[in-house]
Design a protein around this ligand. Structure first.
Ligand SMILES: [Zn+2]
Length: 386
């Protein structure tokens, strides 16, 4: 059975929240869901980089997703409906309106980007969480700020947004942006002085409804740039979240917003100095331990400090005035031990024996050998007591 193309109510009225329709078919789909086709729908399907509308059918069956195949819109639902039944559809309009704010905002930005910098929009993705738009040329920070300013001025000018179907003659003389070859009727979204673009999605009536357009981040992408943008309510929420984060940081650092950068830099410098001081103290402590160990006749030392230069100095201290092999170790039985070895009559020959007994690897010269060892501390200390 071939199904007639679905009548797209969102095309006639982007603000339509509720509608009635007839169920043409209802088939079981994957994951216990149902694929429902109606004769008409206000649900915009996933298309052109934009995720689908959500909502309910008959107030009880949830529409989780929607796709279009051969001009027929398939609603992916969490329950079945009887074929032939008349049902009432209701959109999650907060979700839809947010999508319209983001999408019209993107048209404003891309129209101005083409006009001002000759950039072509080569990618667009609008999901419930993020909006990205790709341009084919790189843009500097200054250019992006100017673009953001111009885009917001177009918002504040509250320009009409017109979605229309040009005749073939009108289309011929029209200079419009288009990402791909259009299949089906050409629909143009026009914002006077800003943009004309081929697009099938629902848009707000006037640019003022977009509220605000924010470029949140920019990254190099395929020789051009990928922008992450937020418009309207999403921009407000993101700004609120950032403000909360900033307030928290200011409280933590007990300073005002303006001083935060300076205070953090000062903290970094202090921390660096403290780390250096701490390393000096630890080295001093390690040398004292090495001296005490030597006086007690011990030949190996375990330290919590992992700095190899400090370990080498400690090994030299341990080796002072004696002929036997000595070693300084750092690590644990689980992670293994870093070590340095000194002393002995022939260090290389001593290391051969050490390697064979204690699962070690490493290298060096006749004065110093460094490496890693996989044996347990009990085995290592027993080796040096022998
Ligand atoms: Zn569009």
């Amino acid at each position: 059975m071939s199904i007639e193309p679905t009548e797209c109510l969102y095309d006639q009225d982007a603000y339509l929240r509720e509608f009635t329709a007839e169920v043409l078919s209802c088939e079981p789909a994957a994951d216990g869901q149902y694929d429902i086709v109606l004769d008409r729908t206000a649900f915009f399907p996933e298309q052109g980089g934009q995720s689908a509308d959500t909502g309910t059918l008959d107030g009880r069956v949830r529409v989780l997703d929607a796709h279009i195949r051969q001009k027929v819109i398939h609603h992916l639902c969490d329950g079945p409906l009887a074929a032939g039944a008349k049902v009432r559809g209701a959109l999650d309009f907060t979700h839809r309106f947010s999508h319209m704010q983001q999408h019209t905002g993107e048209h404003i930005l891309s129209g101005l980007c083409a006009r001002e910098y000759g950039c072509r929009n080569v990618g667009f993705h609008l999901s419930d969480r993020m909006v990205t738009v790709d341009y084919d040329k790189p843009l500097s920070g200054t250019q992006l700020e100017r673009l953001e300013d111009l885009a917001n001025r177009a918002v504040w000018a509250d320009l009409p947004v017109r979605c229309w179907y040009p005749t073939p003659e009108e289309a011929e003389s029209l200079d419009y942006r288009s990402k791909k070859e259009i299949d089906g009727r050409l629909r143009i979204v026009s914002i006077p002085g800003v943009d004309d673009c081929a697009c099938c999605a629902p848009h707000v009536h006037t640019t003022g409804e977009v509220g605000v357009i924010r470029i949140m981040s920019a990254m190099n992408y395929k020789g051009g740039v990928r922008l992450s943008i937020l418009c309207g309510e999403r921009a407000l929420r993101a700004d609120r979240q950032r403000q909360r984060l900033l307030d928290g940081l200011c409280r933590q650092m007990t300073c005002g917003e303006d001083e935060l950068g300076q205070v953090m830099a000062k903290r970094d410098a202090e921390l660096k100095e403290l780390k250096q001081r701490n390393a000096q103290l630890e080295t001093g402590l390690l040398l004292t331990e090495a001296r005490e160990a030597r006086e007690k006749g011990q030949r190996c030392l375990l330290t919590a400090q992992a700095d190899m230069q400090a370990m080498i100095r400690a090994a030299a201290c341990l080796a002072e005035g004696r002929q036997e092999l000595v070693g300084v170790f750092s690590g644990s039985d689980e992670a293994g031990y870093s070590f340095c070895l000194m002393g002995g009559e022939d260090l290389h020959r001593e290391f051969e024996a050490f390697k064979a007994r204690l699962n070690a690897r490493g290298g060096g010269d006749s004065q110093l050998i460094r490496g890693k060892c996989g044996a347990a501390w009990a085995e290592i200390s027993a080796y040096f007591e022998a």
